[in-house]
Design a protein around this ligand. Structure first.
Ligand code: CA
Length: 286
């Protein structure tokens, strides 16, 4: 009997152990399920923050953010501190781009440049001389400017510029305008160039971003989030900030202005990586 009683107690013990195991698994699975839900919620939260613009996540890198939402007047108000506002026409009425509040803007309103002499000039010199590189980006809708039309889209003299060569006068049946965009960057003693003669621009806003990573000494051009090409400095790669103001849409006395819409100009004080390019391309707060 003792032996049978021992076996019975053993069975009870085993049953108890089994119950604890089953309950533990159930609790664990319950917790796991909850954890998965929490993770999913976190992913969704992160998802929203992926679309939170880089210059708001990291305000210290914002040098100029012109959202171009004033829809009137002749000043673009910089969203970053200290403010470096933009002066339409550099104060001259005949050279002021005009306000547009249509779907031709990426985030209406925006400015239309006339292809002749329109320009925006920063009221002081933005500083891009930092050790972390820089990034410049904007949205643009190129109108059909005609063959041979060349213009500076952005220019900080002898530091960097973005140039356009209009290579074809025809608007295609798809409603597109071929244009060649070039990014020129001038680190110490060198001239880097990244060209894109291939992209065909539809008559909608397109995103252009140039960035220079001082660590790898590499300049890159992105159009609509796609890496077009890069060029790497062979020397020190040190940024030469000439202390000049930023010219947008044209350059006085040298070339025609861009003909078309420019919106959401941003100058950041460091280079950005691929993920951040996508962030800047896809996300904004209007
Ligand atoms: Ca705008």
């Amino acid at each position: 009997m003792k032996r049978g009683q021992g076996a019975f107690e053993y069975v009870l013990l085993m049953a108890g152990v089994l119950l604890i195991v089953v309950l533990s698994v159930a609790v664990f699975r319950g917790l796991s399920g909850k954890s998965l839900v929490q993770i999913r919620e976190n992913v969704e939260t992160v998802g929203r923050f992926v679309c939170y613009p880089l210059y708001l996540k990291e305000p210290s890198i914002g040098e100029i953010v012109w959202k171009m939402n004033e829809n009137g007047g002749n000043i673009l108000h910089d969203e970053t501190i200290p403010r470096i506002n933009g002066l339409l026409g550099d104060g001259e009425a005949s050279r002021m781009p005009t306000w547009r509040n249509t779907a031709e803007c990426k985030y209406p309103p925006c400015l239309r440049f006339d292809g002749l002499d329109d320009i925006v000039v920063s009221e002081s010199s933005p500083n891009v001389s930092g050790a972390n590189g820089f990034t410049y980006e904007f949205w643009v809708l190129f109108e059909d400017m005609g063959s041979g039309h060349t213009a500076y889209i952005a220019n900080k003299v002898s530091t960097f510029n973005i140039f356009i060569r209009q290579t074809d006068i025809a608007i295609t049946p798809q409603g597109s305008v071929p244009a060649g965009v070039e990014f020129h960057f001038f680190p110490q003693g060198e001239a880097l160039t990244v060209s894109d003669p291939e992209t065909v621009y539809t008559l909608t806003p397109h995103h252009i971003l140039v960035t220079y990573d001082a660590g790898t000494k590499t300049a890159r051009l992105y159009i609509d989030g796609r890496l077009i090409g890069e060029d790497t400095a062979s020397g020190t790669g040190a940024i030469v900030d000439t202390g000049t103001r930023l010219y947008v849409g044209g350059f006085p006395g040298l070339d025609l202005s861009v003909q078309g819409m420019i919106d959401e100009v941003r100058l950041l004080t460091r280079g950005v990586n691929e993920e951040e390019v996508q962030d800047l391309f896809q996300c904004t707060v209007t």
